[in-house]
Design a protein around this ligand. Sequence first.
Ligand SMILES: Nc1nc2c(c(=O)[nH]1)N[C@H]1C(S)=C(S)[C@@H](COP(=O)(O)O)O[C@H]1N2
Ligand SMILES: [Mo]
Length: 185
Amino acid sequence: MASELPPGQTATRKFPLFTVDPAEPLAPEDFTLRVTGRVERRLELGWEELRAHGEEPLAHDFHCVTGWTRGGTRWRGVPLARVLEQARPRPEAVWALAWSRGGYSASLPLADLMAPGVLVAWELDGAPIPHEHGGPVRLVVPHLYGWKSVKWLAKIQLFEREVEGYWEMRGYHRRGDPWREERYG
Ligand SMILES: Nc1nc2c(c(=O)[nH]1)N[C@H]1C(S)=C(S)[C@@H](COP(=O)(O)O)O[C@H]1N2
Ligand SMILES: [Mo]
């Protein structure tokens, strides 16, 4: 269970699903992650290339902006910062969109994507991430609300200005820190 809850959150034992862009299942060997936009070097990484970047574990409480917190959620994956460093963000890159295969996106400051603990993850609670939770590969941004943790991750796009993703266009927060209750605006 979650130890301490951010304001307005309620602990749940289940891991509820929240999906606006249902996707077809994808085999890991068919997975690719692209890094585009304001980078010196565009990347397209397959499964093996992604895995070659190493891996680390993460445990955190997963906070959905609709009010549930799923405590003690364990992931394993590669720190996104390692992938982005390979792409070499251009000096003017300040903002990013993380895209799913099906067209969902979340926007956030590039600094939040580069933060320690942000993973491109393939394991949830000790097993491959189930399809409905975004497998084979999803983004996990542990310090922000869950909508920034894009399931079925396909692309990271860097921008020289602030941009909006799916929920940010609908009034949700540009950053989304649960401890500051940055839900809207
Ligand atoms: N591709 C995609 N990623 C997504 C979403 C979505 O609808 N589509 N929903 C977000 C929201 S609002 C939350 S709370 C979490 C939920 O993750 P879960 O469905 O694995 O519990 O995924 C986030 N990532
Ligand atoms: Mo959410």
